[in-house]
Design a protein around this ligand. Structure first.
Ligand SMILES: [Zn+2]
Length: 393
């Protein structure tokens, strides 16, 4: 048997739609998988979990027929339980968890850690559908996944500076603290959405929890009482009622090494961990909060910050902007056609604020401006002796 009791009690997340991920090598996948099977999905049923339950308020049981066992042991039937699903107009979505369809055939890489958020290795990477992926939307490249009702004021409670993870101040991009980095990312999106209002609440003292009616952004190692997969940099969960988003929460994984910096991803130094950039990861997760999904996991090849894997893109791309404009309309002329500053104007703007704010406000302002922002950020990081790719003392 395929450890049926264990798997039934676990939450299985995976799929065609992940969140900000560090890609795993095949070797890492094989090392982490205790069981590898090919299955056909034969049943999908969502249900509410008992009140007071620590886990997801709605879960989906996915019944499968096992076609082939490549590693480990498995019987003929295997049921896995995914966090999220829809019941009577209420929906819970954890970005990265698939929406399985009956008849779908998938190769599953499964681990057996009892407290993992998902027994699927690497979140979406251990869920390998056979055949063609979902067809792309015909009229638009971006992919959306729900939205806030027009006229909503979306308050985002920032709790990042209330954790044990204290930044070495200032951060490489000059931001004073973690909340400041995320606040700049919120400001970037706020200028692009017309029919809703995004409001950042840094240093929030509101209680942070899932399904509590507030939108919480925080550091953590767990979601719904289960451990985040190590290659997941952040996860967004969303709750919708009657077709509109009612709550969104973002957990940033405490495990990697974090800072905030513009430009290409900083390589690992001396075989160590790569330095992750909170600003671009927050921008990506906020895209999920707004209702954008991953174009690359829906059969599309576009330049987008919303592609599933973290990349050298440090700002939203045209495809991402088109997506939020489709959902919320443009944020006025300034958002549709970002202000184009000269290098001189940009230097002035940068001099007035932190480089992070500068990068957020004028990264679409043309190459000269971007270069200025980057130079300023590099200067700041050199001063702090913590430039990406340079060994730290
Ligand atoms: Zn994502």
């Amino acid at each position: 048997m395929i450890r049926a009791a264990l798997l039934t009690g676990l939450v299985l997340a995976a799929s065609a739609r992940a969140t900000t991920l560090r890609p795993l090598s095949v070797r890492e996948m094989l090392r982490a998988a205790d069981v590898i099977v090919r299955v056909e999905v034969v049943g999908v049923a969502a249900r509410r979990t008992p009140a007071g339950h620590d886990g997801a308020p709605i879960v989906t049981d996915v019944a499968t027929r096992v076609e082939r066992v490549y590693r480990g042991t498995a019987g003929e039937r295997l049921t896995v339980t995914l966090p999220g699903g829809a019941v009577d107009g209420d929906a819970v979505v954890v970005e990265g968890v698939p929406q399985p369809r009956v008849g779908e055939r998938v190769t599953l890489f499964l681990g057996t850690a009892p407290d993992a958020l998902s027994p699927v290795v690497g979140l979406d990477q251990g869920w390998r559908p056979h055949g063609a992926r979902r067809a792309p939307a015909p009229s638009a490249a971006f992919i959306t996944n729900g939205a806030w009702q027009a006229g909503s004021q979306v308050k985002l409670q920032l709790h990042l500076d209330q954790s044990s993870l204290q930044p070495v101040r200032p951060l490489i991009d000059g931001s004073p603290d973690w909340d400041g980095v995320v606040e700049a990312a919120i400001a970037r999106w706020a200028g692009l959405v017309g029919s809703i209002q995004l409001v950042a609440v840094p240093g929030s003292t509101a209680p942070a929890a899932h399904a509590n009616g507030t939108n919480d952004l925080l550091w953590g190692l767990r979601l719904f009482g289960q451990t985040l997969p190590p290659n997941v940099l952040a996860l967004t969960t969303q709750i919708s009622r009657n077709g509109f988003r009612a709550e969104a929460d973002v957990v940033f994984n405490l495990d990697p090494r974090w800072d905030a910096y513009p430009g290409p991803l900083a390589p690992a130094v001396g075989g160590g961990e790569r330095l992750e950039d909170l600003h671009r990861v927050a921008l990506h997760e906020l895209g999920h909060v707004l209702g954008l999904a991953h174009p690359d996991e829906n059969g599309q090849k576009v330049d987008a910050l919303m592609n599933s894997h973290v990349s050298d893109f440090d700002d939203v791309q045209q495809d991402d902007v088109d997506g939020v404009h489709a959902l919320y309309g443009g944020g006025g002329a300034a958002a549709v056609a970002p202000k184009r500053l000269s290098a001189r104007e940009c230097r002035h703007e940068c001099g007035r604020g932190t480089p992070a704010v500068c990068a957020a406000s004028c990264s679409d302002a043309g190459r000269a401006c971007r270069r200025t922002c980057r130079r300023l950020a590099v200067k700041t990081c050199k001063r702090a002796g913590r430039c990406p790719g340079v060994a730290t003392p």
